[in-house]
Design a binder for this molecule. Structure first.
Ligand code: PLP
Length: 480
C-alpha cells in the first residue's frame, strides 16, 4: 500500500506546479490577457462565424494534459472570438457591464488563497469584507443600519432570495398559496417569474398591474387592485417593482408603491439588478427615490458596477427575516456554529461553500475609490440621453419614451414596406458588421431596437459610431 501511495503522490504532484512552471504559465496567460486588453477598443463587439467555436470539441478532456500555449489558442479561436464580446465598449445590447480589470486581480487572489467566505469561523476577514460591502450598498441606497444581505452570483439568485424571504416573512404556507396575491407588471424580468416558481409560489394569484405609456407600474391601479382583492377575501402579500426594467429601462413609481405597500402591510421587493447603482449619481438618485422604502432590493455589481460576470447582491431591510428563511443546522458544523459574533453568509443564503466573491468588488473599490464608478454611471445616463436626442435628428427614426436611466428604445419607419421587417433587417446588418452590438425587443407588437449603455468602456465616440453605422446600414438596405 505504501508503494501505491508514493506512486499516486508522484502523479498527484501534477496539481502543484513548481515556481518556475508557475512563472511560465503566468507569463503566457498575462501575455494573452495584455494583448486582449491592448486591442479591446479595436476588437469587434460581435463576431459571426460559421464554426461557432466547435473546434473546442476536437480537443477532448483526456488523461494527459497539453501545454498552456495550445490551450490559449483553443480559447482564443473558439471561445473569445465567436459571438458577443461583452468586454467591448461596443456592447450596447441586453444589459452590458464590461468587466473591470481590477476584479480579475481580486479573483486571482481569492482563488490562490481560497478563503472560505461562507462561514465567519473559517474566515472572519472574508465575512467582514462581504458585510462591509453590503453595508456600503445599504448606505448608498438609503437602507437603515440593521439591514442584511448577501453577495450572490447574480440578480436571478438575488431575486430568489428576496422572494423567499417575503414568502416566509408573511408566514405563507402551502395551504395559503391559492388565496395569496403577488402584484407586478408584465415588464418584470423573467428571473422574477422563475424565482416565483422555484419558491413554490406559482399557485399564488399573480395580478399584473397596468402600466402607463412609459411602461411604469400605475400606482393608482395597484392600490385599487389591492383594496378589491382584500374585499374579495384574498391575501395580498407581495409587490414586485422594477428599478429599471431590462426591456426599456423604466423605473416604477417606487415612492408611491412603497407607501401603498406600507399602508396595506405588503412586502415590497424591488428588482434593481440593472438600475439600482444609478443611485451613485445625483440624477439617478432622484429617479430612484423611494427605492429605500422597499423590504428587499436586488442590485447587480456585474451590471451597474461594471464587474465581470458572477456578482449580484440582495439587501433585506430586516436581517432577521433573511436568517429565518435560510438558517441551517448540521452536526458536522458544530465548531463553526460556536464562536461566531457575526452572521455567516451560509446562515442567510442558500449557499454553504461560496466563491470569495467579495474580493473582486472590495479590491477595485479600495484601489480606485468610488469616484470613477460614480462618474462612469452618470456618463452612461447622459450618453443615453445624448443618443435619444441625436437619433431623432435622423430622418425616419421614431423613439420610445425619454429614458429613465440608460436604455433607449427606437425604430426606423421606412417610407414604404413593413417596419417590423425593416428593423429586423437593420439589426441583422448591424450585428453582421460587428463594430457595435445592439439587441431588440417586441413592444406592443412592434419590433423595436434597444440601446443599453452600461459598459464602462462605452464613451461618446461609441455612441457616435453607432449613429454612423445606423445611417450607413439604412442607406445600404435602401439600395437593395
Ligand atoms: C439582468 C437582470 C436580472 C437577472 O440578473 P442576472 O444577474 O442576469 O441573474 C434581473 N432583473 C433585471 C431587471 C435584470 O436586468
Amino acid at each position: 500500500m505504501l508503494k501505491r501511495i508514493k506512486h499516486l503522490e508522484k502523479i498527484a504532484l501534477g496539481l502543484e506546479p513548481t515556481s518556475e512552471h508557475r512563472a511560465d504559465l503566468l507569463e503566457s496567460v498575462v501575455k494573452y490577457s495584455e494583448d486582449f486588453l491592448d486591442r479591446i477598443y479595436e476588437l469587434p463587439a460581435f463576431v459571426t462565424t460559421s464554426d461557432k467555436g466547435k473546434g473546442l470539441l476536437d480537443s477532448p478532456i483526456s488523461e494527459n494534459g497539453i501545454d498552456i500555449n495550445s490551450i490559449i489558442k483553443l480559447i482564443e479561436q473558439n471561445v473569445d472570438r465567436p459571438g458577443l464580446n461583452p468586454a467591448s465598449g461596443g456592447h450596447l445590447g441586453y444589459i452590458p457591464g464590461g468587466g473591470i480589470y481590477y476584479s480579475a486581480l481580486g479573483d486571482y487572489l481569492a482563488d490562490i488563497t481560497n478563503r472560505y467566505a461562507g462561514i465567519f469561523f473559517a474566515s472572519p476577514g472574508a465575512v467582514h469584507m462581504e458585510h462591509m460591502l453590503l453595508d456600503w450598498m445599504a448606505e448608498i441606497v438609503g437602507y437603515p443600519k440593521g439591514s442584511g444581505g448577501n453577495l450572490t452570483s447574480g440578480g436571478s439568485i438575488a431575486n430568489l432570495i428576496g422572494i423567499v424571504a417575503a414568502r416566509d416573512a408573511k408566514g405563507l404556507k402551502a395551504k395559503d398559496f391559492d388565496k395569496s396575491v403577488i402584484y407586478m407588471t408584465s415588464q418584470v424580468h423573467h428571473s422574477v417569474d422563475k424565482a416565483i416558481r422555484i419558491a413554490g409560489l406559482k399557485e399564488c394569484v399573480i395580478h399584473y398591474v397596468p402600466m402607463d405609456k412609459k411602461y411604469r407600474m400605475n400606482a393608482d391601479e395597484l392600490e385599487k387592485m389591492i383594496v378589491s382583492d382584500m374585499k374579495a377575501g384574498l391575501n395580498p402579500f407581495l409587490i414586485i417593482a422594477s428599478a429599471g426594467t431590462t426591456d426599456t429601462g423604466a423605473v416604477d413609481p417606487l415612492e408611491s408603491i412603497g407607501d401603498i405597500a406600507k399602508q396595506n402591510n405588503l412586502w415590497f421587493h424591488v428588482d434593481g439588478a440593472y438600475g439600482a447603482f444609478f443611485v451613485l449619481c445625483e440624477e439617478g438618485k432622484k429617479i430612484l427615490k423611494g427605492m429605500e422604502l422597499s423590504d428587499s432590493l436586488v442590485m447587480d455589481p456585474h451590471k451597474g458596477l461594471f464587474l465581470p460576470y458572477g456578482s449580484g447582491a440582495v439587501l433585506v431591510k430586516d436581517k432577521q427575516k433573511l436568517f429565518d428563511s435560510f438558517w441551517y443546522q448540521a452536526n458536522y458544523m458544530q465548531d463553526a456554529a460556536k464562536g461566531s459574533d457575526e452572521l455567516s453568509p451560509a446562515d442567510i443564503s442558500p449557499e454553504l461553500t461560496k466563491h470569495f466573491r467579495g474580493l473582486r468588488l472590495w479590491l477595485p473599490l479600495k484601489l480606485v475609490g468610488i469616484a470613477p464608478f460614480r462618474a462612469a454611471i452618470e456618463e452612461k445616463l447622459l450618453l443615453a440621453r445624448y443618443f435619444y436626442k441625436q437619433i431623432q435628428q435622423v430622418d425616419g427614426f421614431e423613439v420610445g419614451p425619454y429614458p429613465d436611466l440608460s436604455v433607449v428604445t427606437y425604430r426606423y419607419i421606412p417610407k414604404s414596406g413593413d417596419a417590423n421587417e425593416f428593423n429586423e433587417r437593420l439589426i441583422k446588418e448591424v450585428q453582421n458588421d460587428g463594430r457595435v452590438f445592439i439587441s431588440s425587443t417586441m413592444l406592443d407588437r412592434k419590433f423595436t431596437l434597444r440601446l443599453a449603455v452600461l459598459s464602462f468602456r462605452t464613451h461618446l465616440k461609441t455612441i457616435d459610431l453607432l449613429l454612423d453605422i445606423l445611417n450607413e446600414k439604412i442607406k445600404l438596405i435602401g439600395k437593395r
